[in-house]
Design a protein around this ligand. Structure first.
Ligand SMILES: C[S@@+](CC[C@H](N)C(=O)[O-])C[C@H]1O[C@@H](n2cnc3c(N)ncnc32)[C@H](O)[C@@H]1O
Length: 263
């Protein structure tokens, strides 16, 4: 048996394959094989924001480490007016731009169907799916597709700090960090974009050290416990009393939403 190569955080630009990732996690077959837990958690958080935050306080959302995926924008399409999708890997940004310009054949309808199922109501028609995707394109056009690096003080250099209403990051930090000190630092970097009182949404793998990014290309993960993540959030000005979290032990993931402290 060949030994699998373990890719490291510094290998993303060279080794991450957006097509393999989408195929493995978001193709019709993958979605039917086992639903992505993100597609359960994010619509629930979106609904909470819709019901509890006044419209003028939820104008913008920044997804850090979106990869080639647009599901965050799909889930929050009725919550905010502008979505910024960002990633470190230029190949991912190219796929996102192709989606925006409708030149990428990738089919997001299976994902939208699952999001709609979580949201409740009747199964959507094909026309409804198209309307949802078009509306989502509109809010990403108002925001943008931008490069970012969680190791930078200003993660997305084109965006000012302390301005965004909702910062979201799913399965990114544990991919990008070698050790816990780096993780804490990156957590501070990403929440710096959030305005005081803004909402932070995090999806994280728990207690694992590697994942398959598609076609058996394995990347390392920083081993994290729930306690470590809470400690990092506390150091990054997140109000720990405000944390609403879902821990899915079987899946080895945690999703949470919390507020940034007012000062
Ligand atoms: C496991 S994928 C998650 C993608 C997407 N958020 C999702 O939920 O499917 C990890 C992502 O983190 C990005 N990433 C890795 N290092 C990064 C860094 N230093 N700064 C920003 N993003 C990074 C990768 O390019 C990749 O898109």
């Amino acid at each position: 048996m060949p030994t699998e190569i373990m890719h490291r955080p510094e290998d993303y630009d060279r080794e991450f394959d957006p097509d393999a990732y989408l195929q493995y996690y978001f193709s019709k077959e993958a979605i039917e094989r086992g639903t992505r837990v993100s597609l359960f958690a994010l619509p629930v958080f979106a609904q909470i924001l819709l019901q509890t935050v006044p419209e003028n306080e939820r104008q913008s959302l920044l997804d850090i480490g979106a990869g080639p995926t647009v599901y965050s924008a799909l889930c929050f399409r009725d919550v905010v007016k502008r979505v910024y999708l960002t990633d470190y890997v230029n190949k991912n940004l190219e796929i996102l731009k192709e989606w925006l310009n409708k030149t990428n054949p990738y089919d997001w309808c299976p994902t939208i169907r699952v999001i709609k199922r979580t949201e409740g109501g009747f199964p959507p028609s094909d026309d409804e799916l198209n309307v949802i995707e078009e509306h989502t394109r509109g809010i990403v056009k108002k925001g943008g597709i931008l490069w970012g690096n969680v190791h930078l003080h200003t993660v997305v250099p084109e965006l000012p700090i302390k301005q965004v209403d909702v910062v979201l990051s799913v399965f990114c930090l544990e991919s990008a960090c070698h050790n816990f000190d780096q993780y804490i630092n990156c957590m501070k970097n990403i929440t710096r974009h959030l305005r005081p009182g803004g909402k932070f949404v995090l999806g994280s793998v728990l207690e694992d050290e590697a994942y398959n990014s598609g076609r058996q290309k394995i990347f390392s993960l920083l081993y994290l416990t729930e306690e470590m993540i809470m400690r990092a959030l506390g150091e990054a000005d997140i109000d720990l009393e405000s944390v609403k979290k879902y821990v899915l032990e079987e899946e080895g993931v945690m999703f949470l939403m919390a507020s940034k402290r007012l000062q």
